[in-house]
Write a protein that binds this ligand. Structure first.
Ligand code: SAM
Length: 279
């Protein structure tokens, strides 16, 4: 027998069936909401993008700040309810769309300059990694991103060399951004409660990339290959890409495991692959 959907109430009192496929866990703990909004500290004149506003727990305080606010929500019912609620707010725009198909460039107009967009979201955990990778494409437009994520993902984003959670996701995000684990959030803060622990992370795109690589696709391929077999030495895990001798010429010990290398080492390997010379 199929389980009935759990129901929650929207701001207008209408019942809403919680849609698991959209990772819907709605924040209801006002102390957590306040702490998250304080961390963002939105101000009039700023341009915000909220991903997955849901029933508006974060949206309402963001609107109150007086900032311009664009929201992208995939769920038709939730988007329609928010459109009604903010119909008379000229600074608020609700886009009923999948964030993974949303053209962030389309939000930028003459009033925006440089890295001006501030992104906020209690992200659907089932697609949080693709959303992070997708947003990195627009990092030149983004001032900062503050997200609720699964605690384990935040630990991967902030892991340093040698940590158990150090790997491709953290290194790719840190290629573009400074990352900060702000605070943890208990499951009881959501309805329905997620089965995993949660945390808030802030990602701040670098003004200038500290370690620019010749080809970011190659860097991603190197990281994917190295960390797909993280218990192997570099000699073994990277043998399809680069020789022992070439690693040695880059002053990288081929007997080491990938989690012992810094981002700069992976950039050096990637750039060596992009010289066009036989490796
Ligand atoms: N912001 C609300 C809150 O904190 O209570 C809801 C957070 S809930 C974890 C995630 C929200 O993202 C849901 O409203 C869900 O419908 C929406 N969502 C899921 N997948 C999405 C996608 N691909 N694009 C845009 N929104 C999405």
């Amino acid at each position: 027998m199929t389980q009935p959907h759990k129901q929650i109430r929207l701001a207008n009192g209408m019942p809403h069936p919680v849609r698991k496929r959209f990772g819907q866990h709605f924040l209801h703990d006002q102390a957590v909401i306040n702490r998250l909004i304080d961390a963002v500290h939105p101000k009039a004149g700023e341009h915000l993008l909220e991903i997955g506003p849901g029933r508006g727990a974060l949206t309402e305080p963001l609107v109150t700040s007086g900032a311009r606010l664009d929201c992208v929500e995939i769920d038709r019912d939730l988007a329609a309810s928010l459109k009604d609620r903010y119909a008379s707010s000229p600074l608020v725009n609700i886009h009923q769309q999948d964030i993974l198909k949303f053209d962030v460039n389309s939000l930028i107009d003459n009033g925006d300059s440089g890295k001006s967009l501030r992104i906020i979201g209690n992200l659907p955990y089932n697609i949080s990694t693709p959303v992070l990778f997708y947003l990195l494409r627009f990092s030149q437009l983004i001032r900062d991103m503050t997200f609720m994520l699964q605690l384990e993902v935040v630990q991967r984003l902030t892991a340093v060399c040698g940590d158990r959670n150090y790997g491709r996701l953290g290194l790719m995000v840190r290629y573009y951004c400074h990352t900060e684990h702000l605070f943890n959030v208990p499951s009881a803060a959501f309805s329905p409660r997620p089965k995993v622990s949660s945390a808030i992370v802030r990602l701040t795109p670098h003004q200038d990339l500290p370690l620019p690589v010749k080809n970011v696709g190659t860097l991603d391929q190197v990281l994917r290959t190295a960390f797909s077999q993280r218990r192997k030495t570099l000699r073994n895990s990277l043998k399809t890409l680069i020789s022992e001798a070439k690693l040695q010429s880059l002053a990288i010990d081929y007997k080491k495991r990938p989690e012992t290398l810094q981002l700069a080492d992976f950039v050096a390997i990637s750039d060596a692959l992009d010289t066009g010379a036989k490796l």
